[in-house]
Design a protein. Structure first.
Length: 217
């Protein structure tokens, strides 16, 4: 597989998802083409199949509750369209290297100050999730296994402890960043190469063409 940069993968994923979002409801043929593109994208990224299916299954249950009141035909289309969007984005998220979610978000066309905020938010979100997993393992070692035990363990006091532990670890990370020369700008290169810009243009034209075609009778 060709090595694709993280911002480039994010931009391609968003282009396909946005094109899907503007499709005409009931255009099954063009939805099928988008579905084939999503499957090829997932295979190209080599997303872990088992984890991907588990995520889609859980999300499908939630989506079903939202769209079923729309009527069977409309609900089926909306459900399948949402599932294709989730397949694209989940494939992207599951193939991200560790500690790179913030860099992926910084690849979006945002003002420089907001990019730094997004990049740091993504980094510290991973710290928070790591602390949650550590507390969950700690609860299991104390005999609080299963969903009920874990929910009992997450009380107001543990949420406060989680906040303090995450804040302490975030401060240590920030101190380490300052020692390594951090001055308010992280060295995350999100510029596209000419070849990547060409492929992004092709993706935009393809998505635009498919979406417009869905409105043509």
């Amino acid at each position: 597989m060709l090595k694709l940069s993280i911002p480039f993968r994010l931009r391609l994923s968003l282009i396909i998802v946005i094109g899907l979002g503007f499709m005409k409801t009931g255009a099954w043929l063009w939805l099928g083409i988008y579905g084939a593109i999503a499957l090829l994208w997932s295979l190209w990224l080599r997303a872990p199949l088992r984890t991907l299916v588990q995520m889609l299954g859980a999300e499908l249950i939630f989506l079903s509750l939202l769209v079923l009141p729309q009527g069977w035909e409309r609900a089926s289309f909306l459900l399948l369209r949402s599932l294709i969007c989730l397949l694209i984005m989940n494939s992207f998220l599951l193939t991200l290297p560790p500690h790179s979610f913030g860099i992926a978000l910084k690849g979006l066309p945002l003002p420089a100050g907001l990019q730094e905020i997004v990049l740091l938010a993504g980094q510290y979100l991973e710290i928070l999730l790591a602390e949650v997993n550590r507390m969950k393992r700690s609860a299991q070692l104390r005999g609080l296994s299963g969903k009920g035990g874990w929910l009992r363990y997450v009380s107001a006091s543990t949420i406060g402890a989680l906040y303090l532990r995450s804040l302490d670890r975030a401060e240590r990370v920030h101190a380490a960043m300052l020692i390594r020369g951090y001055q308010g700008t992280l060295p995350a290169d999100t510029r596209s190469t000419p070849k990547q810009r060409m492929w992004l243009t092709v993706a935009i034209l393809t998505a635009t063409g498919l979406t417009i075609a869905s409105y043509v009778k």
